[in-house]
Ligand binder design. Structure first.
Ligand SMILES: Cc1cc2nc3c(=O)[nH]c(=O)nc-3n(C[C@H](O)[C@H](O)[C@H](O)COP(=O)(O)OP(=O)(O)OC[C@H]3O[C@@H](n4cnc5c(N)ncnc54)[C@H](O)[C@@H]3O)c2cc1C
Length: 448
């Protein structure tokens, strides 16, 4: 009997997953709730609709991690990239897309494919059998969200992200910052030095609060509720509640001794915590924010030690349904408790159109291999695809897991190359050369 692959959600990830599996010869049914059931952000009933900006970001595959992801998806005959290329708009080094013809073409290509059919319906439960990919995105319908939560546990499915900015470790000035856990707590030296601390004196703190209060902020979209307030207040909201609130919250200076100036008690301390097992990324603890991106970099670079910070991702708070993938999914993106179900796209804890489509591409190929009885070789960790899927399915810290976009901080170092800002160009070229080579090999192994 022919085995069917059911894909729930025909957005960026679901559309790409369907295309990949169909091209490998698998029969696919896409279950898409729009236009019958709407979300606050989608405007049409098309597959592959871009909900907000029309940009796929940088198209530079030598010096930029998202450009590299474009390259890898093109090499894999990706529908989303081919359609984006066909409807490209002038945008310098970025890949901007004419959104309506883009979504119309994605819909037309999928509906015309002999192996694909589309069923316009909302799926509200997790099926007990069959082959399934759930790619229902950041705005997964409420009933399905509850069904997923019943399976995973309430803690493992979030309905808002509260993203603190993430910084490349190499860009932090360690002549000002030092490693120490509050009160030196911990059994091991690693635990006792788990946090990176940036000290402020009174004048620096006051100037920081002024800048925070004055910074441009983004508003919630229509239909987004502000139900995020419990436990993850944006730093600017804390500052609005009182100039000292941050000093008694995430910036409290207690239990810490400045390793560079042990006799000077800091007035406030910003703490950063390791964000990945490689130790290449650090997040600023408790610094979720709705500041606009430009304002955010300006304000955060006022923190001593972060004057030259490079940001792997900036902070934000959004309506966003996502799983604690490091604990729930295996390396093949299967739900460990129900391995006939895969997840793909933004719901797995990646962030962005390109990353979501990329995870759809992988899930579609993995599911197709399983149905066809073929081996699916492990996705090479040194490709952009592999770095991302490895991060969400195990490389990231599960306790503090928040959505991630692709960036070079997720890549394993290339031996023998200079660290720091000066060696960056050569390093990025080495990462992207290595990635292209291993990705090409993987595509060769998995076959057409
Ligand atoms: C408001 C908003 C703005 C964003 N702006 C940007 C941006 O500018 N740039 C960027 O790169 N990323 C942006 N994102 C993030 C994200 O990358 C995109 O949302 C991206 O479309 C995610 O792809 P996806 O396939 O995972 O989900 P989606 O593209 O949202 O696709 C999910 C699909 O599943 C369907 N669905 C949901 N529940 C069910 C169900 N129960 N049954 C059947 N179908 C269902 C939905 O209708 C939808 O078509 C934004 C997200 C949001 C919420």
């Amino acid at each position: 009997m022919t085995q069917i692959l059911h894909i729930v959600g025909g957005g960026m990830a679901g559309s790409e997953a369907a295309w990949q599996a169909a091209e490998m010869g698998v029969q696919v049914v896409i279950h898409e709730m729009r236009p019958k059931v709407e979300t606050f952000a989608h405007k049409t009933g098309h597959l592959g609709e871009m909900v907000c900006s029309n940009s796929f970001r940088s198209d530079d595959s030598e010096q930029n991690a998202v450009g590299l992801l474009h390259w890898e998806m093109r090499a894999a005959n990706g529908l989303i990239m081919a359609t984006a290329d066909a409807h490209r708009l002038p945008a310098g080094g970025a890949l901007a897309v004419d959104r309506d013809p883009f979504a119309e073409t994605v819909t037309a290509k999928l509906t015309a494919h002999p192996n694909v059919s589309v069923s316009y319906e909302e799926i509200t439960t997790l099926p007990t059998e069959g082959n399934w990919i759930f790619a229902t995105g950041p705005l997964t319908s409420g009933t399905l969200g509850q069904a997923i939560q019943a399976e995973t546990g309430a803690e493992a499915l979030a309905f808002f992200d509260a993203i603190a900015p993430i910084i490349y470790a190499e860009s932090i000035d360690m002549s000002q910052a030092w490693m120490q856990s509050r009160y030196d707590k911990g059994e091991t030296e690693e635990e006792r030095t788990a946090y990176l601390n940036c000290p402020m004196d009174k004048a620096q703190y006051e100037a920081f609060i002024d800048a925070l209060l004055a910074a441009d902020k983004t508003e919630f979209h229509d239909g987004e509720t502000a139900g995020y307030f419990d436990g993850c207040l944006p730093i600017e909201v804390m500052a609005e509640r009182g100039r000292e609130t941050l000093r008694f919250g995430p910036m409290k200076p207690v239990g810490l001794t400045n390793a560079h100036h042990p006799d000077t008690k800091p007035y406030a301390v910003v703490q950063l915590r390791r964000d990945n097992a490689l130790g290449t990324l650090f997040n600023i603890v408790g610094f979720q924010t709705k500041m606009k991106y430009g304002a955010q970099t300006d304000v955060l670079r006022m923190i001593p030690g972060l004057e030259n910070a490079s940001f792997a991702r900036l902070g934000g708070i959004h309506r966003n349904t996502f799983l604690n993938s490091p604990t729930l999914l295996d390396a093949q993106m299967r739900l460990k408790s129900k391995p006939h179900i895969r997840f793909a796209g933004q719901i797995t804890g990646v962030e962005g159109y390109v990353e979501s489509a990329a995870m759809g591409l992988l899930a579609g190929r993995m599911a197709a291999c399983e149905i066809l009885g073929r081996d699916c070789p492990v996705v090479p960790q040194d490709s952009a695809m592999g770095a991302l899927v490895h991060h969400i399915t195990g490389g990231a810290e599960a306790k503090t897991f928040q959505p991630m976009n692709v960036n070079f901080g997720l890549f394993r170092p290339v031996d023998g190359l200079k660290g720091g800002r000066r060696g960056r160009k050569d390093r990025y070229k080495a990462y992207t050369d290595r990635a292209k080579s291993v990705w090409t090999d993987w595509l060769g192994e998995i076959g057409p």
